[in-house]
Design a protein around this ligand. Structure first.
Ligand code: SF4
Length: 362
């Protein structure tokens, strides 16, 4: 729908771009330039948020708490890459509007839709009656016949990510559906649920619009409602919520009215106690694994010998069939805090290792 409209628009003569649309795109790019190239600030995802990392509860807690001292710095290159990604999204949204796609939000002032919902686990078949809040901004929403307001999430993608998403748009059995399930698919399904709870749409359909950074191709993946996944996401959010509440020493549930106070209470959490608590109480996901490499391997201290290494290989064959998502630890800014004793070794690509003893000879 959106991808086809953009493609058709680009193949024709086009029309003048109204100032209002130019202003929205310019505001989007300005925000990104200021965020990525201005003074460094801590960007925290406070209460459970749809844009959180649903594949790892530890990462969600690190992101929500004042853990700047344990966060690896973004590389200089990544600040440029984030900005280019935001620019690609601004271009995509402008093109979609030029092509006649009717956005419900953001409005012509560029204001995104902010949704806050109180989730009651019992409504999803769980015993827990304690509600928890979830809040976030939606890139854009569109009106779809019979479904009402639907989320359309824009993602600038690498060649690798785009090719997988494009295949998934055609093939319901593509590996992307598993690999991205607790990543961008989860984010979109949260917004689908929140639009339904807000009575703005039926929540049966959402869209991911991928823009390939290197070539400008645009693809669109329709995300169907999935009740089982929705229940899993509610369970994950309730789990993270309980830990946040324990860390902030809040005794009862928090309603939407006092989310700000709860968020402020997270600022007072001691980062060292929080780290010790998380390492002791919140296990890493099953896919976060290490491998032992015997023999002569470079170590962080300049010596060589057997090492234990976090397995971040995309093509790792060591973990059976199906997509292996251990690469996520390689991109995680909290990898040093999460894997105590491991240090970065800059080889052809960076790896995280710790020295281990050589196995005793027989
Ligand atoms: S390093 Fe891996 S397991 Fe640890 S918080 Fe980050 S993504 Fe999760």
């Amino acid at each position: 729908m959106i991808a086809d409209a953009i493609d058709s628009y680009l193949r024709n003569d086009g029309k003048d771009v109204p100032d209002a649309l130019l202003d929205v795109a310019a505001a989007h790019v300005r925000r990104s330039l200021s965020k990525n190239f201005g003074a460094k600030r801590e960007h925290r995802v406070r209460v459970p948020s749809p844009s959180s990392k649903w594949y790892c509860a530890r990462r969600q807690l690190f992101d929500a708490l004042p853990m700047a001292a344990h966060r690896e710095d973004d590389t200089p290159r990544s600040r440029v890459i984030f900005t280019l990604g935001d620019s690609v999204e601004a271009v995509g949204m402008l093109l979609a509007r030029q092509a006649g796609v009717q956005f419900l939000t953001p409005d012509v002032g560029g204001e995104q839709l902010r949704l806050s919902s109180l989730i009651v686990p019992a409504d999803f078949g769980y015993d827990s009656k304690e509600p928890f809040p979830i809040a976030g901004n939606i890139d854009c929403t569109i009106s779809v016949n019979d479904h009402g307001e639907c989320v359309a999430d824009w993602k600038s993608m690498s060649d690798y990510g785009y090719d997988d998403a494009e295949e998934a748009a055609r093939n319901p059995n593509a590996k992307w559906w598993t690999e991205a399930r607790d990543d961008i698919i989860a984010q979109v399904r949260w917004y689908m649920l929140m639009l339904r709870l807000a009575g703005r749409g039926d929540g049966k359909m959402g869209y991911i619009i991928g823009v390939k950074k290197s070539t400008g191709h645009v693809c669109e993946v329709v995300i169907p409602h999935d009740e089982q996944h929705e229940r899993e996401l509610v369970a994950k959010a309730a789990y993270v919520w309980r830990h946040l509440r324990t860390l902030a020493m809040v005794q009862t549930g928090v309603g939407l009215d006092d989310v700000r106070a709860f968020t402020a209470s997270l600022d007072g959490v001691n980062p060292e106690s929080a780290l010790a608590y998380i390492l002791a109480n919140v296990p890493r996901p099953k896919w976060a694994v290490s491998v032992t490499l015997p023999g002569r391997n470079a170590r962080a201290d300049g010596t060589f010998g057997p090492v234990e290494q976090i397995d971040t290989a995309r093509d790792s064959k060591r973990h059976g069939s199906g997509p292996f998502v251990g690469f996520r630890c390689g991109y995680c800014p909290f990898v040093g805090a999460c894997w105590p004793g491991f240090s970065l070794v800059a080889l052809g690509k960076p790896v995280w290792r710790r020295a281990v003893d050589a196995p005793a000879s027989a």
